[in-house]
Design a protein around this ligand. Structure first.
Ligand code: NDP
Length: 314
């Protein structure tokens, strides 16, 4: 069975930063890219708040920079997804794609988070037929069409603005009477001539023959002024947050009520010696590329210290 000193799972900013630090510390890291190589940033458009890119940078291009830097110091990057693990004792056993098992002295979990859906049966019915959780991936199909984006956070505003660059009109469906997004994103959204924000609005369902043709909405739900309305749309985009990808690790690691891995505050350390978690998978609060990268750095430094103290008996 293959044995590694340092196995990193995930290829977002946390995974690649952990790889850069681990490789430079001679831990010969092996990194599995996971379901979405490059992570969530490859589905965002322009990144304007990562220091070092004063003119902004495309998410995919930035992750390619991270990847090249990890490779430069010797990271062994492989495609594959963790399908099982045994963290009951060191060395830890990690199964990739249900077929290959690797033993590792340290494990850095950077599996990130995946987009949430509302849970409407119509989302499943129309998946790939007008329903999407990634404007950058699918926006191209909606040039000069009408789309709706659900959510009131930074992601929703970002997606709405991106789609407004392609589509004829964008509805932003917000369940509360305010946007939760940062001030700058709120202003850009509210002042965009192609975006109409529908506050106090929830989605009841979708309709259309063979693809999305519209959405059934309800406004001021439960109030005296409650009102139902239909809007004609060609695409329905979800931007209502994310669920951390932790299910495979949950039998062994403590998670919070949303499923985020609990680490010792301020560190990437989990209660299992030699097992670390970094990036969105362990961060319900900040979820920024820069904070993910920072925690990936911490995880690799902690893994190196752990190995220096115990490698002979771990
Ligand atoms: P958030 O959790 O910030 O926002 C989720 C939004 O979806 C909220 O408006 C929420 O409504 C709404 N929502 C959640 N569930 C439902 C539901 N069932 N029905 C209708 N609406 C729902 O998630 P984001 O993905 O937007 O952002 C996550 C983090 O990433 C944030 O910290 C954000 O700042 C950051 N981010 C930063 C970016 C940047 O800096 N450029 C870009 C994108 C994200 P409610 O407010 O009512 O709970």
């Amino acid at each position: 069975m293959e044995r590694t000193k340092c196995l990193i799972i995930g290829s977002g900013p946390a995974g690649y930063t952990a790889a850069i630090y681990a490789a430079r510390a001679n831990l010969s890291p092996v990194l599995y890219e996971g379901i979405q190589p490059g992570g969530q940033l490859t589905t965002t458009n322009e990144i304007e708040n990562f220091p070092g890119y004063p003119d902004g940078i495309n998410g995919t291009a930035m992750m390619e920079d991270f990847r090249r830097q990890a490779i430069r110091f010797g990271t062994d990057i492989r495609s594959g997804v963790v399908t099982a693990c045994d963290l009951s004792q060191a060395p830890y056993k990690i199964t990739i794609d249900e077929e290959k098992t690797i033993e590792t002295a340290t494990l850095i979990i950077c599996t990130g988070a995946s987009a949430k859906y509302l849970g409407l049966p119509d989302e499943t019915k129309y998946k790939g037929l007008g329903v999407s959780a990634c404007a950058v991936c699918d926006g191209f199909f909606y040039r000069k069409k009408v789309v709706a984006v659900v959510g009131g956070g930074d992601s929703a505003c970002e997606e709405a603005i991106y789609l407004a660059g392609l589509a004829e009109k964008v509805y932003l469906i917000v369940r509360k009477d305010y946007l939760r997004a940062s001030q700058i994103m709120q202003e850009r959204t509210l002042h965009h001539p192609k975006i109409e924000v529908l506050f106090n609005t929830n989605t009841l369902g979708l309709f259309g023959e063979g693809g999305v043709e519209g959405a059934h909405l309800i406004q001021f739900k439960g109030e005296a002024r409650e009102e139902k309305l239909d809007i004609a749309i060609d695409g329905f985009f979800l931007a209502i947050g994310h669920t951390p990808n932790t299910s495979v690790f949950q039998p062994y690691l403590a998670v919070d009520e949303q499923g985020y891995i609990k680490t010792i505050p301020g560190t990437a350390t989990t209660p299992i010696p030699g097992v670390f978690a970094a990036g969105d998978v362990a961060d319900p609060h900040y979820r920024q590329a820069i904070t993910a990268a920072g925690s990936g750095c911490k995880a690799a430094l902690e893994a190196d210290r752990y190995l220096q103290n115990c490698y002979s008996d771990c």
